[in-house]
Design a protein around this ligand. Structure first.
Ligand code: BV8
Length: 253
């Protein structure tokens, strides 16, 4: 094996629990889209945006201060995401959904790649960059007049339009949060994939599952705070680890 191959081992006990699980929860972060070419938040954005801190831009304050800059940042990300494809990690989660009685796929990502890969039940706890909403009323807006003004205006009330994503300091959508929290309480296995585990309340979902006796595994190329708990650590890229995990769990498929 060449030395740049990921050197991860898959605990057989994890495969056993996964094979017999009634309810599996997966939490994904930007890392699962990295192999599709979508920059993660901490790997730094490229080009024009390298000088900006996403945590500074993804806030209501940034939008109030410079709505044109924030709108154009999301337009750049939307165009980037629309040109990429789901990768082997996304595809493995579609297969996982077929293999287990119930999969709750919670994603922090706003790129819609899980749905494009074919997962049917995706809980988007931070919204979706392809959707646009009225800043004033919060209603999703699908069509508006392009007058050249940036950001464009809501055709109903004239407020500025904004991406339908959850910014720092904003509450998560009630339904998505409740579904994610309830699944974390009820699952047998919780896989945390491609997330630095620094953003709340998403980072607490695996801890909720752990406290309720679920088996928890971190699938990530680098360590995260989750490792301070009694969890499995499969170190490496999701695009390699997830297909291997499925092969070892369901070998005769
Ligand atoms: C809220 C959408 C309350 C926008 C995003 C305690 C409790 C509650 C809140 C807080 C709290 N402490 C602090 C807070 C506030 C804040 C927060 O968590 N701050 C942090 C920075 C400390 N939380 C909030 O503001 C949340 N709101 O709690 O509201 C409230 C209640 C009522 C009323 C009002 C308010 C909202 C947070 C949501 C923010 N929006 N995204 C957009 O996308 O533009 S967050 C955004 O950043 C992502 O969605 C994601 O969640 C986060 C980035 O994290 P990751 O996905 O983990 O990405 P990252 O780059 O960090 O890591 C990538 C990982 O992948 C790395 O580990 C890397 O090694 C790995 N990787 C790389 N390559 C691969 C790979 N893995 C696998 N395979 C590979 N090939």
């Amino acid at each position: 094996m060449s030395n740049d191959q990921p050197t991860f081992s898959i605990p057989p006990e994890l495969c056993d629990v996964l094979r017999s699980a009634r309810h599996v929860v997966v939490l994904t972060g930007a890392g699962i889209s990295a192999e599709s070419g979508v920059p993660t938040f901490r790997d730094g954005l490229t080009g024009l945006w390298a000088q900006y801190n996403p945590q500074e831009l993804a806030t209501p304050r940034a939008f109030a201060r410079d709505p044109k800059l924030v709108w154009e940042w999301y337009l750049w990300r939307r165009e980037l995401v629309s040109k990429v494809q789901p990768n082997a990690g996304h595809q493995a989660l579609v297969e996982l959904e077929r293999r287990v009685p119930r999969l709750t796929l919670i994603t922090q990502n706003v790129d819609g790649l899980h749905q494009r890969a074919g997962n049917r039940r995706v809980v988007e706890i931070h919204g979706n960059i392809m959707r646009t909403k009225c800043f004033g009323e919060g209603t999703v807006i699908e069509r508006w007049e392009e007058t050249g003004e940036i950001p464009p205006r809501c055709p109903k009330c004239g407020s500025m339009l904004r991406p339908d994503v959850v910014w720092f300091g904003e509450a998560l959508p009630d339904q998505a949060f409740n579904e994610a929290a309830l699944a974390s309480l009820a699952c047998n296995v919780f896989l945390s994939i491609g997330t630095s585990g620094l953003v709340e309340p998403a980072a607490s979902f695996p801890l909720v599952a752990l406290r309720r006796g679920a088996r928890v595994a971190l699938i990530n190329p680098e360590e995260t705070p989750l490792l301070s708990e009694n969890v499995d650590f499969l170190r490496g890229p999701a695009g390699s680890i997830l297909p291997a995990l499925l092969r070892e769990t369901w070998p005769n498929s």
